[in-house]
Design a protein around this ligand. Structure first.
Ligand SMILES: [Fe+2]
Length: 184
């Protein structure tokens, strides 16, 4: 289930806020300029669906958010627990970074943990099936897909290289919980 926890950046052991309520999550994130929505497929998406079938199932929402935010393209990323590159893929965005365009992801299936560092607070968001998250450009964050990653997500792009991570060199991500889906 989707979950938001908010911490003081200096106190990773004591969440100030903890909710699994979609409306409450959206409200707290909206206050820092982060979009959180829950979408419904227009038609069922079968396991093993092609990229085109996944995109077709969410076309109305994809078109809406692309028009609102200026996205030019989308793709579908799918990572399974037996992916031979899972450790390498997981490690890629585990440290604090930002991008020069919005990072917008819609979880068609599975889950992942986005953690944002904004003005002395840390916002830890567990995204699951049907969740859309929109992290504005320049917002520092990290992403953990967990040790046995399992998700299918639609990614939105303005520029072909817009998703490149600019790392801050901070070790803050190592002080906060890593993603262990089974324990949550
Ligand atoms: Fe990122």
């Amino acid at each position: 289930m989707s979950r938001l926890r908010i911490f003081d950046a200096a106190a990773p052991d004591a969440p100030l806020f903890d909710s699994r309520d979609g409306d409450a999550i959206a409200r707290e994130l909206q206050a820092i300029g982060v979009t959180f929505e829950r979408w419904q497929a227009a038609q069922p998406v079968a396991a093993g669906a092609s990229q085109d079938e996944v995109i077709a199932a969410y076309k109305a929402d994809i078109d809406r958010i692309s028009a609102e935010r200026g996205f030019k393209s989308v793709d579908v990323i799918s990572i399974a627990p037996d992916n031979p590159k899972r450790e390498e893929l997981r490690a890629k965005f585990l440290d604090e970074h930002f991008h020069k365009e919005d990072e917008v992801r819609f979880f068609v299936d599975g889950s992942g943990l986005f953690t944002l560092h904004v003005e002395g607070k840390v916002y830890e968001i567990e995204c699951v099936k049907d969740d859309l998250i929109g992290v504005p450009d320049g917002v520092t964050h990290w992403f953990d897909m967990g040790p046995e990653p399992r998700f299918v997500a639609i990614r939105f792009f303005e520029q072909p290289d817009g998703w490149i991570g600019h790392f801050t060199g901070s070790d803050i991500a190592q002080k906060f919980p890593r993603y262990e889906p089974g324990s949550r």
